[in-house]
Design a protein around this ligand. Structure first.
Ligand SMILES: NC(=O)c1ccc[n+]([C@@H]2O[C@H](COP(=O)([O-])OP(=O)(O)OC[C@H]3O[C@@H](n4cnc5c(N)ncnc54)[C@H](O)[C@@H]3O)[C@@H](O)[C@H]2O)c1
Length: 308
């Protein structure tokens, strides 16, 4: 199993580190355009191998896509991150060009790769990859919901005073401050609905804190977060590499599901060796469905800015 991660910045390197620590891949190639950067990150990470006990080989390259040839999975994290006060949508101008050229170069050398899109605005970048390639939809996956769900569980556990392992919950919709839909109605603590423990107001606070989870960290860090994003990507990669058939919310091309068409937005999917093996359609109530339609309408407006 060979995995390429394009962009050896904060998220790309964190993703490579978690993939290596989980020790399921034979090889991870980091690629960046900044001279020597990916090589340096790869060397630093390899020097953690004996300490962290993994055998995954991590190499780095400055822009040489021949080194990525034959990758089974490729992760696209290249592009600028947001700064405090910015929305993810504002990144489209620069990142669309980067994602387009990176996708073309990746597929030239790894025509069978499954692509995981991380660069923001992620739902629109995932849609862009669909538009510029003729890949089947199961091989184009946008990562956002796995991260947002991890943030939701963190906030739920905080409100409940419970260990995170006791908590389950999922976030659907767009990967944006206003478009995320934390499914509070379905969230549980060890199979008991969280509404049994939390007041409506407290639960609403959890939802709001989850939606601005990325913005809160960007304000604290001065740039966007990387540990949880990297861990979330590594979980998707592992589910594909190990054919786990696990459900994650991912951005995927919808063709009628949830009443939506020709748009990529976060919905539950089953991930296995073929990438997205199934789109899971769950019954949303009226409020959730309205949120889904509004969230998608906002993504569509950003998609309209693409030159495709
Ligand atoms: N989808 C999500 O959940 C999620 C979460 C966090 C961050 N992000 C996004 O991921 C992206 C990366 O964030 P980061 O914090 O790692 O940024 P970063 O600046 O630390 O790293 C980005 C890297 O991309 C490289 N790069 C730029 N153009 C390139 C090209 N054409 N080819 C190869 N490499 C190139 C840069 O040199 C840099 O090292 C941003 O767009 C950010 O908004 C998405």
């Amino acid at each position: 199993m060979k995995i390429t991660v394009v962009g050896a910045g904060a998220v790309g390197a964190s993703c490579a580190e978690y993939i290596a620590i989980k020790d399921f891949a034979s090889e991870v190639v980091l690629l960046d355009i900044k001279e020597g950067f990916a090589e340096g990150k790869a060397m630093d990470l390899m020097q953690t191998a004996s300490l962290n006990g993994f055998d995954t080989k991590i190499t780095g390259t400055t822009g040489d896509y021949s080194k990525t040839a034959g990758s089974d999975i490729a992760v696209i994290t290249s592009g600028i991150p947001r700064k405090p006060g910015m929305t993810r949508e504002e990144l489209i101008g620069i990142n669309a060009g980067i994602v387009r050229s990176v996708t073309e170069s990746l597929l030239e050398h790894s025509p069978n790769a499954i692509l995981i899109v991380v660069s923001n605005p992620m739902d629109t970048m995932t849609y862009l990859v669909h538009k510029i390639t003729d890949l089947p939809k199961n091989r184009i996956i946008g990562m956002g919901g796995a991260l947002d769900s991890a943030r939701f569980k963190y906030r739920l556990a905080e409100a409940l005073g419970a260990p995170i392992s006791d908590v389950d919950g999922m976030v659907l919709g767009a990967h944006s401050d206003t478009g995320m839909i934390p499914l509070a109605r379905h969230a549980t603590r060890n199979s008991i609905k969280v509404s049994e423990f939390l007041s409506e107001d407290r639960l609403q606070q959890v939802v709001e804190d989850t939606k601005v989870g990325g913005a809160t960290l960007t304000k604290l860090l001065g740039t966007s977060a990387w540990y949880a994003p990297g861990a979330a990507v590594s979980s998707l990669v592992q589910a594909i590499a190990c054919d786990l058939k696990k459900i994650f919310p991912c951005s995927t091309l919808l063709e009628g599901e949830y009443g939506l068409d020709d748009i990529c937005v976060g919905v539950p999917v089953v991930l296995g060796k073929n990438g997205i093996e199934e789109i899971v359609t769950i019954t949303l109530d009226d409020a959730e469905n309205t949120n889904m339609q509004e969230s998608s309408a906002a993504v569509r407006k950003v998609n309209d800015l693409l030159e495709v």
